[in-house]
Design a protein around this ligand. Structure first.
Ligand code: GLV
Length: 322
């Protein structure tokens, strides 16, 4: 059981999201504080009954977090939290799934449009004051999305919303998800992950919106990339490790696919010396797909719902992971 409202201490741990003022507006009377870096988190994690955290989490913190009963993840992805570690300590975990559905799906669509409309090149040319001429080569010219086939890997809330957006552009949408019986939503068809490789040759665009799990780690390997059309684009709004890094480097360097739009990388922040920065036809955004000005409020809605459930002794949390 978590302590009653008047005895509870909440710790918000994030480098940028400013939770305390947003939480104060809700007049809960709950004692809370924010830490902005790992050092302060290390010092103060022992004070927290409830931790609201994402990228700062490391499993070693569980040892120091003597009072900890519940973690509300700030992110939709929860791959950094060791399920066994938390279970062993009796700490519950809920994801923030849903908070960034619009943001990530809109970002994925932006990456698709940016590649199809050659926006990164236009921006580079603008810096050089260069007005590029029209392109005769049909393999290189700007293109339209209607009639193109989009394969979405991960047809959860985010992938499902991306399917809706893509249908508005008259694309053909093929969804791939762990449990196809969960439905196809706006997609034209839905398939199991085991069918992905056989579907890849049809794809004009492959968009990754799946969680990082044992099943999805390295899912897009050299074999998968090798099955894509030379004209195809890969969009990664999931996790860097869903794509095999060496295979991506090789694929982009050899021009085996036409473009990559990636918001996530295996190591983040992406080290300055990483070869990914300079890959041809590759457009990188710095894990900003989920960013929205509504972020803090969206997380606080889930947090408050989960606190209410914990106080009532309900077994099931919203977005429960552990
Ligand atoms: C962002 O990547 C998230 O997991 O919410």
């Amino acid at each position: 059981m978590i302590p009653p409202k008047d005895k509870l201490t909440l710790c918000f741990a994030h480098v940028a999201y400013d939770f305390v003022p947003q939480f104060a507006k809700r007049n809960t009377g709950i004692n809370c504080f924010q830490v902005w870096n790992r050092e302060d988190l290390d010092k103060r994690v022992g004070e927290a009954d409830v931790l609201v955290i994402s990228g700062f989490w490391q499993n070693a913190l569980a040892e120091k977090a003597a009072k900890l009963k519940f973690i509300q993840s700030i992110g939709a992805g929860t791959d950094q939290f060791g399920r066994d570690v938390l279970q062993a300590k009796g700490v519950r975990l809920a994801s923030a799934s849903g908070v960034n559905v619009r943001a990530v799906s809109e970002h994925a669509m932006s990456l698709i449009l940016a590649l199809a409309r050659r926006l990164p090149e236009a921006r580079d040319n603008q810096h050089k004051h260069h007005w590029r001429g029209m392109i005769g080569d049909l393999t290189q010219r700007e293109d339209e999305l209607g009639g193109k086939t989009l394969v979405i890997v991960g047809l959860g809330n985010i992938g499902g919303r991306l399917a809706q957006l893509a249908k508005a552009f008259d694309m053909k949408v093929i969804g791939v998800r762990r449990d196809p019986s969960a439905g196809k939503g706006a997609a034209d068809s839905v398939h199991a992950i085991s069918e992905l490789k056989s579907l890849l040759p049809q794809a004009d665009i492959v968009a990754l919106t799946c969680p990082l799990t044992k099943e999805t780690e390295n899912l897009i390997d050299a074999d998968a990339l090798g099955r894509m059309k030379k004209s195809a684009y890969l969009i990664n709004a999931a996790r860097g490790k869903v794509v095999n890094e060496a295979a991506l480097i090789q694929t982009m360097k050899s021009g085996a696919i036409a473009g990559a739009g990636i918001d996530v990388t295996p190591e983040e922040p992406l080290p300055a010396a990483s070869p990914l920065w300079d890959l041809p036809n590759t457009f990188i955004t710095p894990h900003t797909a989920g960013e929205t000005r509504k972020y803090e409020d969206n997380v606080l809605d889930i947090l408050q719902d989960n606190l209410a459930r914990l106080w009532k002794g309900e077994a099931k949390l919203r977005n429960q992971i552990v």
